[in-house]
Structures are given as structure tokens and as C-alpha cells.
Design a protein around this ligand. Structure first.
Ligand code: HEC
Length: 136
């Protein structure tokens, strides 16, 4: 019995370092799923991978309408907006409230739920490394 307990304790010690990264991965995964649900249809998170919308890799801190190789609307190019967190939050809720005449909305209708917007922005931060493609 004592021996069995010792084996159990030993296993717990062995598994702890494996369990922690899995829990962290789970949290990241949830953010990515939220992004996929709302944005992936038109946006990639891969660098320079422009689809119907521009790649969102490195978007946090980027000036609007500046990614090379994507045909932005004049509204976005001339907006003078920089994508910081508060601006992204407003944009995800209602793009036209930030830049009217943009080509994302319609058809994109906006996310009214602040908690969901927060997760999407947290995800955008994970794909915006400081040494990435920011064009600030
Ligand atoms: C129906 C397609 C579609 C969906 C869904 C969509 N977008 Fe877009 N997005 C676009 C298009 C098209 C543009 C380019 C707009 C323009 O040039 O006026 C754009 C532009 C952007 C930009 C400006 C990027 C830059 O380089 O200036 C951001 C930021 C953005 N989208 C974030 C999001 C986020 C976050 C989501 C999910 C919550 C999302 N979009 C969902 C189509 C979409």
C-alpha cells in the first residue's frame, strides 16, 4: 500500500510539468477558436497571407491600410488610424464607427459582446510579436 502511494506521488511529480503546458495551451486554444469563429473566414494569422481581408499578423500597433500587397479601400488608407487595443475594440464592435466607408463591414456585422472582443484582441496580441511586421 505504501509502495503504491509512493508510485502515485512519483507519477504526480512526473506529470506536473506536462500538465501545466497543456493547461496553458488550452487557454491559447480558446482565444484562437474565438478568432476563428469571427474573423478567420476573411483573415489569416500568418505573416503576409492576405485573403479577402489583409493578414492580421502583427496588426496590434500597425498603422491602418499599410500592409504591402493588399488592396485596401481609400477610407482605410487615408484614416490615420493606428491599431491599438481600444481602437481594435471599437472596430470589432462596429467598424464603421472607427472608419466609415471601409470594405469590411458590411458584410461583417460586428461583435456586440465585450468579453468576446476581449478574447479576440488577446489573440491578436499573440500574433503581433514586438519584432514582427509592425509598420509604426
Ligand atoms: C467578411 C469578411 C471579414 C470578416 C468576417 C472580418 N474582416 Fe476584417 N477586414 C475585411 C476586409 C475586406 C478588410 C479591408 C477593409 C478595407 O480595405 O476597407 C478588413 C480589414 C481589417 C482590419 C484593418 C487591417 C489593416 O491592415 O489596416 C482589421 C484590424 C480587421 N479587419 C480586423 C478584423 C477582426 C479582428 C475580425 C474578426 C472579429 C474581422 N476583421 C472580420 C474583411 C473581414
Amino acid at each position: 500500500m505504501i509502495r503504491r502511494l509512493a508510485v502515485c506521488a512519483g507519477l504526480a511529480v512526473l506529470l506536473a510539468p506536462i500538465a501545466a503546458p497543456i493547461a496553458a495551451w488550452g487557454a491559447d486554444d480558446e482565444l484562437e477558436i474565438t478568432f476563428n469563429d469571427h474573423c478567420r473566414e476573411c483573415h489569416s494569422f500568418l505573416k503576409d497571407d492576405n485573403r479577402l481581408g489583409p493578414s492580421l499578423y502583427g496588426v496590434v500597433g500597425r498603422k491602418a491600410g499599410t500592409l504591402p500587397g493588399y488592396a485596401y479601400s481609400e477610407s482605410l488608407k487615408d484614416s490615420g488610424v493606428t491599431w491599438d487595443e481600444p481602437t481594435l475594440d471599437k472596430w470589432i464592435a462596429d467598424p464603421n464607427a472607427v472608419i466609415s466607408g471601409n470594405q469590411m463591414s458590411p458584410p461583417y456585422g460586428g461583435v456586440a459582446d465585450a468579453a468576446i472582443r476581449k478574447k479576440i484582441i488577446a489573440y491578436l496580441k499573440t500574433i503581433s510579436p514586438p519584432d514582427g511586421t509592425k509598420s509604426k
